[in-house]
Design a binder for this molecule. Sequence first.
Ligand code: CAA
Length: 389
Amino acid sequence: MTADGYLFLTDEHKMIRQAARDFAEKEIAPVAAEYDESGEFPVETIKKMGEMGFMGIEVPEEYGGAGMDTLAYVLALEEICKADAAHGTIMSVNNSLFCFGILKFGTEQQKQKYLRDVASGQAVGAYALTEPMSGSDAGTMRSRAVREGDHYVINGRKSWVTSAPVADYVLLFTMTAPEKQHRGITAFIIETDRPGFVRGKKEPKLGIRASATSEIVFEDYRVPVENRLGDEGEGFKIAMSVLDAGRIGISAQGLGIAEAAYEASLSYATEREAFGQKIGEFQGVSFKLADMKTRIEAARLLTYHAALLKQRARETGERYTLEASMAKLFTSETAMFCAHAAVQIHGGMGYSKELPVERYFRDAKITEIYEGTSEIQRVVIARLETRLK
Ligand code: CAA
């Protein structure tokens, strides 16, 4: 059964998925290898994605977005990632970390001021939580914001910030009261064209190479109080709650990569011959394909289910932390499983840059690391399910 078989897809869902598929095949797939090689940020395609409404799918139209639901976002992201996961990373951070954070926690004034450009792809949004000495233990950050009248002065360093080399705005999490530990973290909306915002070294990455990633350094950066997102001390909960949404995006990304790896393998297995027959006729290859397909369909259900719960949360306010973590964990491991199998099925050609399969393999790995490693997802799931702490 393909995704078309799912009863809960409306005509609108099918329409956005088809639009994303057509765009990805026409505009992204032909340039993906080139951007992967150069590591250049794909400015033009991202702008076009903005024009298509893909950079703010869940943002209401009044704030410049497409005004669609979470499943629409996931379906579109999956298609973009099938063509190129790096474009998908930029889209995902823009939609489910930056825009969602402001939409959920911002004031009306903040929404009016910051959503329109980012949701329409005219500007790029980023999310800065990690620091050189604070990764999975996000509550231990060392950067500081000190209040001085109607401003805060920020000093410190953030690392592994997706889109930081080009971002116009950054959702920043930093300590305003270090003695309170995670309860002393506060969120801010940062405009990157102000003094004291310094873009640091760009990371030379294994995969998703066109999604520029770098450090950010704050040197006496002054942010007005009206740019604080939520109250002082609410930053950690905002960061975690936004990551719940982000993890559904990474799950959709893993799904797209897994599908691309599977489809490439299926077609290679029905063309390539060895020992006088199609290699797909060998049990060793056909079993790999069977496992890939089964895991993909399970991953799809987890991803779509988490998306539906996030959508429902708009009315109920219920958390979907568990389902987002399970979806991200299973789908990212499925992406890695499928990309690994795809390289093996392709043999030498899977190891060559002549085909995109080696790129799927390199891109898949990040889904097990960012927005919470697989180990962190297991911590979240175990704690929520067993109440062990
Ligand atoms: N939603 C709302 N609140 C939440 C929450 C959630 N999902 N998860 C935790 N909280 C709240 C808790 O209820 C608790 O509240 P109280 O203070 O009232 O008790 C508080 O936050 C602290 O929770 P924990 O005790 O569970 O916190 P912890 O220190 O043990 O950390 C963790 C939990 C799961 C390990 C968390 O730190 C975590 O997810 N770490 C991984 C961070 C991560 O994903 N980093 C990736 C950064 S983004 C990125 O990858 C870059 C990019 O550009 C894409």
